[in-house]
Design a protein around this ligand. Structure first.
Ligand code: PLP
Length: 255
C-alpha cells in the first residue's frame, strides 16, 4: 500500500480547503491520505459562518482506529479548532515519535473568518512546535505565533521555541508582482523561491501546499525536495483554479 499521511483537519463544505484539499493534494503527491476530522465548518468560498469542533476523545478515537491499520509515515495538521484538540494531537504525536509531522498552523481562513480563538490557539501551538518536522506558516501566522513583527526575528524566535524547519510563505506580504517563500532548517536559510503573484484570492492554497509536502515526505523525499516539489505543483494548481461565483475565492484545481 502507498505510504500514508494521517491528517488532522476540518471539513470545508466548499471543497477548497481543509480535509478535501488534504485528500486531493496527498493523492496527487503519490501517497494515501487518511483523515481524523477535527471540526465541521460552515463556510463557502466567500465566508466562514461558524464551526463545531470534534471532541478530544472522538478525535483521538479516529486517529487510533487507523494508526496500526495503515502504513502511516507522516502526520499533517491543519485546522485544529480548539486547545483540547491541540493537546490531543500532541499526546498522539508523543505516543508515535517515529512519525514525521507537518504543522500548518492554521488560525484564520484566507477569507478572514475565525477557525478558533486565535489567542488561545497561539498559546497551545507552543506544545506542537517542537514536535514538528516542518512548520508552514504564512507571515500572518508567523507573526501571531511569535509576537515579532520583523520576519527574520520571528523566524529565529520560532527556532528558539523548538522548531526544526520552517517554510515561511510570503503570500500575505506587500509584494504586488511576486511571492517569496523561504525555507529554513535549524535556523539557517536553505533556499528561497520567487514565483509571479497570480491574480485573485485562493481558498485552500496553504492546506494544499502543506499536504503535498507531507505526501512527498511520506515517500522518502528530504525536506528541501519535498518543499520544491510542492511549490512547483501548487503553482500549476493555482494557475488553473476555478472561480465559483463573483467575489468568491478561487478553488484550486488539484486534478
Ligand atoms: N482548514 C479548514 C477546515 C479551513 O476551512 C481553512 C480555510 O478556510 C483552512 C484550513 C485554511 O485554508 P488555507 O489553505 O486557505 O489557509
Amino acid at each position: 500500500m502507498r505510504p500514508t499521511v494521517l491528517c488532522f483537519s476540518g471539513l470545508d463544505p466548499s471543497g477548497g480547503a481543509g480535509l478535501q484539499a488534504d485528500i486531493e493534494a496527498i493523492g496527487q503527491s503519490g501517497a494515501h491520505a487518511a483523515i481524523a476530522c477535527t471540526a465541521l465548518t460552515i463556510q463557502n468560498s466567500q465566508q466562514v459562518f461558524g464551526f463545531e469542533a470534534t471532541s478530544k476523545d472522538l478525535l483521538l478515537a479516529q486517529a487510533n482506529a487507523v494508526v496500526n491499520d495503515l502504513p502511516i509515515k507522516v502526520v499533517k495538521s491543519g485546522m485544529l479548532g480548539t486547545t483540547d484538540n491541540i493537546a490531543a494531537l500532541a499526546e498522539f504525536l508523543r505516543a508515535h515519535p517515529d512519525f514525521q509531522y507537518v504543522l500548518d498552523p492554521v488560525l484564520v481562513a484566507n477569507s478572514g473568518g475565525s477557525l478558533g480563538n486565535q489567542a488561545t490557539l497561539v498559546k497551545a501551538f507552543v506544545e506542537l512546535i517542537p514536535l514538528a518536522t516542518i512548520l508552514t506558516p504564512n507571515t500572518v501566522e508567523l507573526r501571531a505565533l511569535t509576537g515579532c513583527e520583523d520576519l527574520d526575528q520571528a523566524t529565529q524566535k520560532l527556532f528558539e521555541m523548538g522548531a526544526k524547519a520552517v517554510l515561511v510563505k510570503g503570500g500575505h506580504e506587500d509584494t504586488p508582482t511576486y511571492i517569496r517563500n523561504a525555507l529554513y532548517i535549524n535556523g539557517d536559510i536553505i533556499s528561497e523561491t520567487k514565483c509571479p503573484r497570480l491574480e485573485g484570492e485562493y481558498h485552500g492554497s496553504g492546506c494544499s501546499l502543506a499536504s503535498f509536502i507531507a505526501g512527498r515526505l511520506a515517500q522518502g523525499d528530504q525536506i528541501k525536495n519535498a518543499v520544491h516539489h510542492a511549490e512547483t505543483w501548487l503553482f500549476g494548481v493555482l494557475k488553473r483554479a476555478e472561480i465559483p461565483v463573483e467575489g468568491g475565492q478561487r478553488i484550486p484545481k488539484r486534478f
